[in-house]
Design a protein. Structure first.
Length: 750
């Protein structure tokens, strides 16, 4: 026998049943857990208006004085107020999945509205006008003092004062006046509230108008739904916003549209102005998400973006910045935080930042596989062009499940308790995989378009090159200063250059290789300078022996003088080379004079010019200083332009005057150097091409200056541009045929 059975009835003190008691502060604690952002609170109140079959809802945010939410829905009768609004945890909405008049799918969750108003302010006055089947049209007004509710130990004993009157001449609807606002109400992001519902204010309205999901999720009703509009009393320029959205959304680079109907998935990628999709995928799909519609546009920051748009470009770019991201809508209402600034729910920014090379989505893995060679290639791997969140604008429309109940499965999209996103279950992972697949499809097509554009550009360049070559040949053939042999040589060189250009990849590799060789020659020059110095020392000792021998044998004297002249030339070369090697990379600490630099280069090739009767003039002030570039770089520029002029004059036939002129000056923060000559000249059609690597018009010969690799002017151009300068062929001064002009900032730096 149990101890309880052994007790006599005389020991029984009391026997009854006890109920749970709930303190009033539970309302506050639930509110803090269910509503964590003021925007979410307002959106929940807008949902209540929509569920009440309202045609419009008006919001007035007058912080810190108050917030008013007003609609023209069916309102609440006294019975509905008692049994729905005043009952925490009611299943009224759950048991009634459609609105009573327009058969709208219910969007709000049970009890969230009262917690939303409590989150925003400490006092609420609710006035609601409704048609009561027993009493006619009534006006109910109730006052909620939330701090007073919090102080009660038993929530069930709290009494909320209300009045019920006949409503004479009033339209149905509900007005919530929230006052004594809390701090979070002062941080409301108006834009997030504007985009909360698919209304005339929302920039996403036009995107969702094409959605088939609204037909899938709306049941037939006896009364046609007039639609729902959200009005913000403090908003302005709404028509302008709509115009901007319409214009920007039409000027996309690529568009992705995805539809999921039962077990069929359709993904299409469109180019602007094309009705036929660039990609059209139709797959069987094991659907856990439910009905789904996706439409987003791609706006990369490239030349030509928004070209032809009929609004101010600055306004359009600002709109893109504000509205970027892919927003998610559930039953016509936005689900935060998806698509808000800083949100990366598709993880595209994360993968772009780490240069991920492998596709993530099942769609891309199946339809856009890459070979190992493509994955390794920066030009072929489309994942390296994955759009960033900031480059996308669009929407996702779904039909999520109402709530998670103990007797229901966890399938489908289910909102989290705090209304911030969906629970990360299988359905949500599938949703993300599908939309991410659209982003990767955009990347795939974008890579295709870029490769096609490169081919078109190469074809355009080749066509332009042919036209330029024809013009240059025509100019050469009509040049009276050139002999037939010289004309033939130049035309042959141009034809050869055109053939090289047509093999673009081959010639690019050849150019880079040749420039590498030139950089290695700098190392060789350093070595040779040292060896020449040693050789000169030995030659000087030999010269002394020859001089002594010439006293006894006069015929040796002539050879001794020739060797002495050669030693002098070598010394000049070594002096120049030593300065070049020492200053190859050192930036000067102070300005240095220009004239000695030019004169040193002229001396090195002085005998060459004298032998060919070439006059060289220098019009440079003795006090003029050079920009802050390495001395050897400045010398190299002068050297290349000088030898280029020498070869141009040597190539010219006839007895006309042979001259080279150096001029230099400083003006408005820029150092200017010009080198002019009376050589064969450069046809106008070739003035830009002379700076291309491997482009040369010099005939192969045994000239001491060499035949030319076609790299001198290319190196000059690269060196000048490295210090933010420029070099170009300009109109020659009177009496000259060619003039090169170099400009370097006086405070030049890399």
């Amino acid at each position: 026998m149990s101890p309880a059975a052994r007790l006599s009835d005389s020991d029984l003190l009391e026997e009854d049943k006890v109920a749970f008691s709930i303190e009033g502060r539970i309302v506050r604690e639930l509110g803090e857990r269910l509503v964590k952002a003021p925007e979410v609170a307002l959106i929940e109140l807008v949902k209540n208006s929509y569920d009440a079959d309202a045609e419009w809802c008006e919001l007035l945010n007058d912080y810190p004085n108050g917030i008013v939410v007003r609609d023209n829905g069916h309102g609440m009768t006294l019975d509905e107020f008692r049994n729905a609004w005043m009952r925490i945890g009611t299943s009224a909405k759950e048991d009634t999945p459609e609105s009573r008049k327009y058969k709208r799918t219910i969007t709000g969750e049970k009890g969230i509205g009262r917690f939303a108003v409590r989150y925003l302010g400490k006092r609420l006055v609710m006035r609601t006008v409704a048609d009561d089947s027993q009493r006619g049209r009534t006006a109910l007004e109730a006052v909620f003092d939330w701090p007073e509710v919090d102080r009660h130990e038993d929530l069930g004993k709290i009494l909320i004062p209300y009045t019920l009157r006949r409503a004479r001449g009033e339209d149905t609807g509900t007005t919530l006046t929230i006052s004594v606002l809390r701090k979070p109400a002062g941080t409301i992001n108006t834009r997030q509230v504007k985009t909360a519902a698919v209304t005339n204010l929302s920039p996403y309205k036009s995107l969702l108008e094409a959605s088939p999901v609204k037909e899938l999720i709306r049941e037939e009703s006896s009364s046609p739904d007039p639609g729902f509009s959200l009005h913000l009393r403090d908003s302005s320029g709404e028509d302008e916003i709509a115009d901007v959205a319409e214009q920007v959304l039409k000027h996309f680079v690529l568009r992705c549209v995805i539809t999921l109907k039962r077990s069929h998935l359709y993904l299409r990628i469109f180019e602007p102005g094309q009705a036929k999709p660039r990609i059209d995928i139709k797959d069987k799909y094991e659907n856990s998400v439910g009905p789904l519609f996706v439409d987003f546009r791609f706006y990369p920051q490239r030349k030509g973006l928004l070209q032809g748009i009929e609004i101010d470009g600055t306004v359009a770019r600002s709109w893109l910045k504000v509205n970027s991201g892919i927003a998610v809508f559930d039953r016509g209402f936005r689900v935060l935080p998806y698509g808000t600034p800083g949100d990366d729910w598709l993880r595209v920014n994360q993968d772009r930042s780490r240069s991920a090379r492998h596709p993530v989505s099942n769609i891309a893995k199946r339809h856009f596989p890459m070979s190992p060679r493509e994955e390794a290639s920066t030009s072929l791997n489309y994942m390296l062009r994955l759009p960033r969140t900031e480059q996308l604008v669009g929407v996702v429309q779904v039909r999520g499940r109402r709530a998670l109940r103990e007797d229901a499965s966890e399938d489908g999209l289910i909102a989290t308790a705090d209304r911030e996103g969906f629970i990360e279950n299988d359905a949500y992972e599938q949703l993300r995989d599908i939309v991410r697949g659209g982003a990767e499809a955009i990347a795939y097509v974008d890579r295709q378009l870029q490769l096609e554009e490169i081919k078109r550009e190469a074809q355009r360049v080749r066509s332009q090159l042919r036209a330029t070559t024809r013009a240059a040949i025509k100019e050469i053939e009509s040049n009276p200063r050139l002999t037939p042999a010289e004309k033939k040589r130049f035309v042959g060189r141009l034809t050869q250059q055109e053939e090289l250009q047509s093999r673009q990849e081959e010639v690019s590799a050849l150019r880079e290789s040749a420039l590498e060789v030139m950089s290695l020659l700098g190392v060789v020059a350093g070595f040779m300078t040292h060896e020449f110095g040693t050789a000169i020392h030995e030659l000087e000792k030999s010269l002394e022996v020859l001089r002594a021998a010439s006293r006894k044998s006069p015929e040796i004297a002539t050879s001794a003088k020739e060797i002495e002249a050669s030693i002098y030339k070598l010394k000049e070369f070594v002096t120049y080379s030593q300065g070049y090697v020492r200053g190859a990379s050192d930036l000067p600490r102070s300005p240095y004079p220009v004239r000695p630099r030019v004169q040193q280069v002229i001396r090195v090739f002085g005998q060459y010019a004298a032998d060919r009767k070439i006059l060289v003039s220098v019009d440079i002030d003795a006090e003029l200083t050079a920009p802050l570039v390495p001395v050897s770089l400045y010398n190299g520029i002068v050297l290349n332009l000088y030898t280029n002029a020498l070869k141009a004059i040597t190539a010219r036939s006839g007895t006309s005057e042979r001259r080279i002129a150096f001029r230099a000056w400083n003006q408005k923060g820029v150092h200017v150097l010009t080198v002019s000559d009376t050589g064969i000249g450069i046809p106008a059609a070739l003035r830009k091409r002379v700076f291309d690597p491997l482009f040369t018009t010099t005939e192969a010969n045994r000239d001491p200056l060499g035949s030319g690799m076609g790299l001198g002017l290319a190196l000059v151009s690269r060196c000048v541009e490295a210090f933010r300068g420029k070099v170009r062929v300009v109109a020659a001064p009177p009496g000259f045929t060619t003039s090169f002009r170099v400009e370097l900032p006086i405070g030049a730096s890399r």
